[in-house]
Write a protein that binds this ligand. Sequence first.
Ligand SMILES: C[S@@+](CC[C@H](N)C(=O)[O-])C[C@H]1O[C@@H](n2cnc3c(N)ncnc32)[C@H](O)[C@@H]1O
Length: 292
Amino acid sequence: MQEINAFQFFNKENAVKAYSDMYKELNFDIRYPANVKREEIFIELLKKYKPKKIIDAGCGAGMPLIDIKKKGFEIVGYDKAKNMVLEAKENLIKNGFSPDLVFYDDFEDPKEVKNNSVDCILGMGTFYYSKNVNKTLLNQKKILKKDGRLIFSLRNKLFDIITLNNYTKEFLDEIFEIKKLKKDWKDKYEYLTKNYTDRKKIKLEKNIDEEGIYNHVPHNPLTIAEEMSKLGLSVEGIYFYHFHALPPLFETFDKNYFREISWNIENPLDWRGFFLASAFVIDCKKVSETKL
Ligand SMILES: C[S@@+](CC[C@H](N)C(=O)[O-])C[C@H]1O[C@@H](n2cnc3c(N)ncnc32)[C@H](O)[C@@H]1O
């Protein structure tokens, strides 16, 4: 499948509207409000650190930015999808704020924000769309002041274990190093794992891989601190969200019930999040100017 860049996907009218609405309509019939949970995690961290100057990188339609602004924080945001920027400006006006709080920029190579000038950068569902995530993170670090915070969400690789589908199969193939096995063991293993359902055969809402949006492979929360330390970022906290009470297939049997029982177990600090949550937020502190 040919992949498109995320900002092109998010520039489409339906994506722009979805990102304006999803923070208003908490209706399990329409969608699972994972991003609302994500926003709560970010707001709790902001309340804890009280950073003076905040940037929302990839701010989308600006709804989280507006909520953060309403809580009294000094925040500006930018996006590479022009229609998202326009929508965010309209949403700001509707909420009585200046449209100039959002502007066009690219988090892979930001041009509009001065180096060493901000206390906190937020990435809500954003940086893993970069062609080179580590380079993007290093570019955010340049903009941060010393001891500044880079708080952003990532997709959870360990979630593949509990989906019990082709993602699980790929995960197991990788950790068991199946390619290296002798032929008859490979066959036995294939037999054992043959019942993992293939997502493509089930009517689920498309995920970002199936939408064909370019994105980085999910990250492993068990090794993320080590990975970030190589970039001069110290991981001070990991917070899980978008819990799945059961494998995603169950969502096709009774969408509302599935979403309700999943919502009830959302707890960013529950250890089960390592497996049941499809995403997590990491709270990083800039500790050095290390380059890769
Ligand atoms: C999943 S949406 C999240 C929007 C918003 N942060 C939220 O949580 O509601 C991802 C956003 O990142 C933007 N984006 C993708 N690549 C970008 C880039 N290189 N620079 C800036 N924004 C980008 C997209 O246009 C989109 O608005």
